[in-house]
Design a binder for this molecule. Structure first.
Ligand code: SF4
Length: 326
């Protein structure tokens, strides 16, 4: 596995939908459906592209990242989970007891078409020294907060130096005990998971949980498995959250294979989210009834520890809402 070249790999990511289709031999099949200049721009690292099957217009990885004209439909919300109403300081979200979420960056290594923060005003989360001071002060004044979640964007887009500074700033607050990192980098750019990064996390005084984001077993090939093993060997708890997406993983075989593949990659399934109703992504939505049937089928196939919790985030609620019935 490459160790130091992740920034180079990031700079070589594909940003043109037409180039994406050409790379996959799909120009003739899909050109009429793509949005060549979407507001939420196309971004696909080659490490992810290499896992998409050449010539397969229905590939479940391709469908997650290909900008389509259907996104222009105006249904859905700009802020589907109420982030903006839960922001006590720029870049800090405080929705739930005991934990708060810090928008570490607005940047990602990939742009997932169903992203619930695709319209988020990331300019409100720039970590100027003054903004960071306000964040730290808020956390200090709310000593019931024991866990900070680094999110974004993707926090592992920050280089090791920036990440180390951020973590050490948080470590100065004695009431914080745990750090959670929400990241898709081990899945879409596994070269980011260097030995140095693993050591940086390992040496923190925080208990660290890394929540990755994979939606399909094909996203977790050999390099991703090695990256996750490196984190596992550093003593980091690894969980996965997925989004239930029409045409991508809305069948029991895909979900079962994903859970088994995650287990082989040292990672346990955590949440399976119903789609957040974000504008531009409603074509991925499946009904709650269909989701419950899928969960019943999944429970009949897998041991309990490989069955994720079906949840929905509802703006204003004090926790994620578990979905058990229609
Ligand atoms: S990596 Fe996460 S934050 Fe970034 S576009 Fe994908 S879902 Fe959104």
């Amino acid at each position: 596995m490459a160790t130091e070249n992740w920034k180079q790999a990031l700079s070589e990511a594909i940003t043109s939908p037409a180039q994406l289709l050409t790379s996959l031999g799909l120009s003739h099949t899909l050109t009429s459906q793509i949005n060549e200049q979407p507001d939420f721009r196309c971004l696909v690292p080659r490490a992810y592209l290499n896992k998409i099957q050449y010539g397969n217009s229905n590939d479940p990885l391709l469908r997650q990242i290909l900008p389509l004209t259907i996104e222009n439909q105006q249904t859905g919300l700009l802020d589907p989970v109420g982030d903006l109403a839960a922001m006590p300081a720029d870049g800090l979200l405080h929705k739930y007891h005991g934990r708060a979420l810090l928008i570490a960056t607005g940047a990602c290594a990939i742009h997932c078409r169903y992203c619930f923060r695709r319209h988020y005003p990331y300019s409100k989360a720039s970590h100027t020294p003054t903004a960071m001071q306000a964040i730290l002060l808020y956390i200090q004044m709310h000593n019931e907060i024991e866990e900070i979640i680094l999110s974004g964007g993707d926090p592992l887009i920050l280089d090791d130096e920036k990440l180390a500074v951020l973590i050490s700033q948080l470590e100065t607050i004695p009431t914080l005990t745990s750090l959670r990192i929400h990241t898709r980098l081990p899945v879409v750019l596994p070269s980011r998971i260097t030995l140095q990064l693993a050591q940086l996390l390992q040496h923190s005084r925080f208990r660290i949980t890394l929540v990755i984001h994979a939606n399909h077993a094909n996203e977790l090939a050999k390099n991703e498995q090695l990256a996750l093993k490196r984190l596992h060997d550093a003593g980091i708890t690894l969980l996965n959250q997925s989004v239930l997406l029409k045409g991508i993983n809305d069948d029991v075989t895909s979900l079962s294979n994903l859970s088994k593949r995650l287990h082989a990659c040292y990672t346990l399934p955590y949440y399976l989210h119903l789609l957040d109703p974000v504008q531009g992504a409603m074509h991925f939505d499946i009904t709650r009834q269909a989701a419950i049937v899928l969960m019943q089928q999944l429970q009949a196939q897998l041991p309990g520890y490989l069955v994720p919790r079906l949840v929905k985030e509802i703006a204003g609620k004090t926790s994620k809402t578990a979905i058990f019935s229609i």
